[in-house]
Design a protein around this ligand. Structure first.
Ligand SMILES: Cc1ncc(COP(=O)(O)O)c(C=O)c1O
Length: 460
């Protein structure tokens, strides 16, 4: 679907914001839901002029729109209530962006949290998340992570036999709640690195060995197998694999029942894609939830079993489109007949997605919103790495050093995968909305960069 603004943009060659209505699914929008062009002709998010935010909080800057994140949480939650007659619980896959403020917002929105390490678990607990709604994932959890999760009262999503043995060896007063992650063996189209559902995956139990694993678990009375888990992959636009997942999981559930387990919960993972550029056309949150629910309901009806509690753990589609990264434009290098590089003050350290997954994102110039897009430039980061390119051949209005360039949809797997490569300090993050622009992650300083360095005596 081409929006009116997009058509206008095609005709005038101006930058545009996608046609947004409150009903629209945040994951289908290139920009946060509150984005608009203000009377200074600047991009505004959450009621704040992006250039003012950069002036106040510095550059680069992650700008997180609270309204978009909360809308996505509510759309997931409400859609499950609408389409699933049984119990449901949405979890936030916090690997997408784990920090205190984000964990606190999703907790307020009644979501649970999926954590993948002790560090993510610690953050979620510190943010006030209910441990009964926290699920610990990971293909190689350490003993201390397992102990921490058990002591906190979380559910552990077991991934291998070693972990089952380790959990069974822990001294506890009550049973340890576990779910079992199984590789679904469903293929879908996404980047190889973010595809986890096909058989050749480091995650989960081989689906051909589930019965042996059920037998293995049943040796340990201190472990209570309450649920089954599968995650197909990430940034998925097709619905078919999610439709089919219900049938696959109900087959496993029946096998578990035959082995004497009462499976109360089915976790269908996350995976819904988002719009990173105009070419992306993901299904809405509503469509995804409906598909997942239909698949599971039909499979339960066919097997004549009651509906289990359904859990889903989206990450990217909850937070990805809620955030943009603002950079300051710096040097420009034109190689006649070849290309023009436009450099910004961040790059692969704050947004590793383009170099890792060759993902294509979209940028706009926040202080030139109504100027015609007449330049084609390749937006380069400032790292000592030729591959540090944020966007190849971006169409922009002509820029000047000091302009504010905004890369869209950077809420998921940007801050959480950020690094200090080249000893670049991590950017700050600001939460905007409710007439408030609040710092949620402080900008790192040079001092922070050497905080954990130690100089042995003989080097002093
Ligand atoms: C087990 C698990 N659950 C949930 C997610 C979240 O996926 P997404 O961000 O695509 O929704 C992931 C990420 O790949 C995952 O590995």
């Amino acid at each position: 679907m081409v929006s009116t603004h997009a058509l206008e943009a095609q005709n005038t060659g101006r930058q545009y914001l996608t046609d947004i209505t409150p009903e629209r699914s945040p994951n289908q929008s290139l920009v946060p839901l509150t984005a608009k062009v203000n009377d200074r002709d600047h991009l505004e998010i959450g009621g704040y002029d992006v250039t003012d935010l950069v002036q106040q909080f510095g550059s680069p800057l992650y700008i997180l729109d609270e309204a978009s994140l909360r809308t996505a949480c509510r759309q997931y939650r409400d859609a499950f209530k609408r389409y699933y007659p049984g119990e449901s619980q949405v979890l936030y896959a916090s690997k997408a962006w784990n920090c205190l403020a984000v964990c606190a917002i999703v907790t307020q929105e009644e979501l649970g949290i999926d954590v993948a390490t002790g560090g993510e678990l610690f953050t979620a607990l510190q943010a006030g998340a209910n441990p009964r709604k926290i699920y610990l994932h990971g293909n190689n959890k350490s003993l201390s992570e397992l102990k921490f999760a058990v002591e906190s009262g979380c559910t552990i999503v077991v991934d291998n036999r070693l972990e089952i043995e380790t959990l069974a060896s822990l001294k506890t007063d009550s049973c340890i709640q576990i779910m079992m992650r199984i590789t679904p063996g469903l293929d879908c189209h996404t980047h190889e690195y973010i595809r986890t559902g096909h058989i050749d995956s480091k995650f989960g139990f081989d689906p051909n060995q589930v019965e042996e694993v059920f037998k293995f678990i049943s040796q340990y009375p201190s472990l209570s197998l309450v649920g089954l888990h599968a995650h197909i992959g990430s940034q998925i636009f097709e619905l078919q694999a999610h439709q089919d997942l219900g049938g696959v999981m109900v087959q496993w559930l029946n096998k578990a029942t035959q082995h004497g387990f009462t499976i109360k919960e089915i976790n269908v993972g996350g995976g819904l894609g988002i719009r990173y550029n105009e070419g992306d056309d993901p299904p809405s949150i509503d469509e995804w939830v409906k598909t997942v629910c239909d698949g599971l309901i039909q499979a339960c009806q066919a097997a004549n079993i009651p509906l289990p509690k359904v859990l889903a753990e989206p990450g990217r589609s909850l937070i990805g489109s809620s955030c943009v990264t603002a950079y300051t434009v710096g040097s420009k290098k034109t190689i006649p007949g070849i290309r023009t590089y436009l450099s910004v003050d961040g790059g692969m350290s704050d947004n590793p997605r383009p170099i890792t997954y060759q993902s294509i994102c979209r940028a706009i110039v926040a202080n030139r919103m109504s100027e015609p897009m007449t330049e084609t430039v390749t937006i380069a980061g400032k790292h000592c790495e030729s591959g540090d390119i944020l966007i190849k051949d971006a169409t922009l209005p002509p820029t000047q050093p000091g302009d504010t360039l905004v890369v869209m949809a950077t809420g998921a797997y940007n801050y959480s995968m950020s690094s200090n490569y080249n000893r670049l300090a991590r950017p700050a993050a600001v939460l905007v909305g409710n007439s408030n622009a609040a710092l949620i992650l402080q900008r790192e300083t040079y001092e922070d960069l050497i905080r954990y360095d130690r100089l042995p005596a003989h080097l002093k």
